[in-house]
Design a protein around this ligand. Structure first.
Ligand code: ATP
Ligand code: MG
Length: 180
């Protein structure tokens, strides 16, 4: 399982369609301050279902849509497509390549797609649960998360272990069954 590409359209500072392709191994993204490096990480988090505008360094969800510049009008929606190689079938879906997409309009409405088929946010969350990739996973390690790992709060450390050993899915299902 490895991240093959990220396609951005209208996401934050990326007004033009932009494609990042990743080979196996390590990729470093470098650039001057404010050039959009963190926006790329935000895009990954966002397409995986991030619901908190604050986590994405905005105040409302629509803040991820290109807001315009003096020379360029704001856009009406944005979209991010994340393509992952799934030859090892770590993602529980019978495709060797998985593309997850999210689109948001100025109205605030979000749409999610798995390999081009419209789906619910929940489907995206379930797909990545226990793979370590989800927005709650440990594949994107932000500043706050380092603190969480080092934290003395056992329940916060426990959540990371649950994800790593692959039992989050079952816990969530149990929780939602108990609510019904
Ligand atoms: P640093 O090295 O300082 O961490 P960076 O490369 O991580 O910088 P980012 O934080 O990714 O930079 O990018 C910030 C830029 O993105 C700012 O110039 C900001 O104006 C722009 N930006 C953020 N949201 C939008 C938006 N909705 N529309 C247009 N531009 C945006
Ligand atoms: Mg940054």
């Amino acid at each position: 399982m490895h991240l093959k590409s990220i396609e951005l359209y209208g996401f934050k500072s990326f007004a033009n369609k932009m494609v990042f392709k990743f080979e196996k191994g390590i990729t470093a993204i470098v650039g001057p301050n404010g050039s959009g490096k963190s926006n790329v990480a935000d895009a990954v988090r966002w397409v995986l279902g991030e619901q908190s505008a604050k986590q994405l360094r905005g105040s409302k969800m629509q803040d991820v849509i290109f807001a315009g510049t003096e020379a360029r009008k704001p856009l009406g929606y944005c979209q991010v497509d994340l393509t992952i190689d799934n030859h090892d079938m770590k993602i529980p879906i019978s495709y060797s390549e998985v593309t997850v997409s999210r689109r948001v309009y100025r109205s605030g409405e979000s749409e999610y797609f798995i390999n081009g088929t419209n789906c619910r946010m929940r489907d995206v969350l379930e797909l990545f649960m226990d793979t370590g990739i989800g927005q709650e996973g440990y594949s994107i390690i932000g500043q706050g998360q380092i603190e969480k790992i080092l934290s003395n709060k056992p329940e916060e450390r426990r959540a990371l272990f649950d994800e790593a050993v692959g039992i989050v899915k079952f816990k969530k299902r149990k929780e939602s069954a108990e609510k019904k």
